[in-house]
Design a protein. Structure first.
Ligand SMILES: Nc1ncnc2c1ncn2[C@@H]1O[C@H](COP(=O)(O)OP(=O)(O)O)[C@@H](O)[C@H]1O
Ligand SMILES: N[C@@H](CC(=O)OP(=O)(O)O)C(=O)O
Length: 464
């Protein structure tokens, strides 16, 4: 049995949904289907999830939501009409949408989560109706019925382990099960969502919990490329990579697959196949547990992300002071802030944060506490921070990769603020200015991939 997830770009309109239905129908093993909310139809379109966030904010701010609700409903109506689904189905979608503000919510964070979740919930109901209309037995499954239990973090929840026991009891027959992605329920019965892009996580949870043989993730690109195609338009497709490589690359900017979504697949050892809804016969990219193939290149991919900020701190003899780092961590703990990385020198320390969890007030308070409690000689908040991640299982067996990463940056005058090689030795992380991040990815990519395109060929030793 396969779990198949379709992203928002694959469900943006009736024409795309038709392709999705053809893909589901073409393989009886595609039993469990996970849907996102309708995504962008063109580059400056608005995803339904973003419209729902506007809707929630209008309700919180007591503004008139009529136009936003009409815009959201129009997206479902266009899809439903394309398949001739009954007016009862569309009326039900409309009444669930307009009824959202009347439900009770513990606070505005839960209200926001419930509004966002309806992008996928209503779409899964609609896709089940479209499939039925197209002659394939299909049933919408609510995450509460399946027992998808999440932590009490309404908009960035994590899955609770009990979910997997619950999924073991899920019964299914000859119909396709259509699950909405992106959300589940807390133990108190409130809707909570994963972080943005979290429908990939739902697919991965189901793949583990239902012991799928394969997790197919359908999107709008033919493969995962060795660099983001928006930065390097002709980047090489990666045919196969390992879970660990994917985790590091998606963490650092390969948004094609959510970075947390790899974890349940790792736990369940379910291979993932990223494929294109618009080109389903292509093999796409296979993500596998272990490296069972050889590659002539040390580097598999290069990712870059601007979502970071850093705190730089200098004090002489920092290395001799017992408990210095502990005090910093206590301050971070006090403000509920986690850090991403903490590279250090003899007398200095850089703490790198994911910017999305920080507001300017928290930054000010945190810096104030560090200054007054630890008296650093220098304390600088660096908003302009990007991380570049160069990843490849092949790096472990080779000497001199670091020189090849740094050389193209030096040649193009790109300063590097930090270099960090993890103990796994399959990745090297660099810190740069945000304005240099895309160029850094491009120049490192060109250095490793441009000269010898044949080196990208891989020899498969096993097939999934
Ligand atoms: N290395 C990469 N390879 C392929 N696509 C990438 C990569 N890095 C970023 N992307 C982007 O990821 C997009 C697909 O992810 P996403 O928009 O979340 O799709 P979906 O709507 O299917 O969930 C692609 O259109 C591409 O712009
Ligand atoms: N719709 C949600 C969840 C998601 O995963 O969407 P997509 O599959 O379109 O990235 C979002 O936009 O964040």
């Amino acid at each position: 049995m396969k779990v198949v997830k379709f992203g928002g770009s694959s469900l943006a309109d009736a024409a795309h949904v038709q392709k999705v239905i053809n893909i589901i129908k073409s393989d009886p093993e595609r039993k469990v289907v996970v849907t996102s909310a309708p995504g962008k139809r063109f580059s400056d379109d608005i995803k339904v999830t973003d419209l729902l966030i506007k809707y929630a904010n209008a309700i919180i701010g007591k503004a008139d939501p009529t136009q936003i609700v009409a815009d959201i409903f129009a997206r479902y109506q266009e899809i439903g009409n394309g398949f001739g689904v009954s007016t009862t189905v569309l009326d039900d979608i409309k009444s669930k949408l307009t009824g959202l503000p009347d439900k009770p919510y513990p606070n505005n964070d839960y209200l926001m989560a419930a509004f966002k979740a309806h992008g996928e919930r209503l779409n899964a109901e609609l896709i089940a109706a479209c499939l039925t209309q197209a002659g394939t037995k299909a049933r919408f499954v609510d995450p509460s019925e399946a027992g998808i239990l999440l932590s009490d973090d309404p908009n960035s929840a994590t899955v609770l382990e009990e979910t997997y026991d619950n999924l073991a009891n899920l019964k299914y027959g000859d119909e396709r099960l259509i699950f909405p992605g992106f959300f589940g329920f807390t133990k108190d019965g409130q809707i909570a969502t994963f972080a943005r892009g979290g429908s990939d996580i739902t697919g991965s949870i189901l793949a583990r919990g239902l012991h799928a043989s394969l997790y197919e993730n359908f999107t709008d690109v033919d493969a995962i490329y060795a660099a983001n195609p928006k930065i390097v338009p002709d980047a090489h497709p990666i045919h196969k990579l390992t879970f660990r490589e994917m985790r590091e690359l998606s963490y650092a900017g390969f948004s094609v697959f959510n970075d947390e979504a790899i974890i349940p697949a790792i736990q369940g050892q379910v291979p993932i196949n990223v494929k294109n809804t618009n080109n389903p016969d292509l093999p796409g990219t296979l993500i596998v547990p272990e490296k069972d193939f050889t590659s002539k290149r040390p580097v598999t991919g290069i990712a870059g992300s601007n979502r970071f900020s850093a705190l730089y701190l200098h004090r002489y003899l920092l290395n001799k002071e017992v408990g210095f780092t502990l005090k910093i961590l206590q301050i971070l703990y006090k403000y509920g802030v986690s850090y991403e990385h903490m590279p250090s020198g003899i007398d200095d320390l850089t703490i790198i944060f994911d910017r999305s969890q920080l507001d300017s007030d928290t930054i000010k308070k945190m810096c104030h506490d560090i200054q007054t409690e630890l008296h650093p000689d220098t304390l600088d908040w660096i908003d302009d921070y990007a991380i570049i991640m160069v990843v490849g299982e092949g790096m472990r067996a080779r000497v001199g990769t670091i020189e090849n990463i740094i050389r193209p940056l030096a040649e193009h005058n790109i300063p590097v603020h930090m270099i960090n090689q993890g103990a796994s030795r399959i990745s090297i992380m660099l810190g740069t200015r945000q304005s240099d991040a895309d160029a850094a990815v491009k120049y490192i990519y060109e250095h490793f991939f441009k000269e010898d395109p044949s080196a990208n060929q891989i020899e498969y030793q096993t097939e999934v």
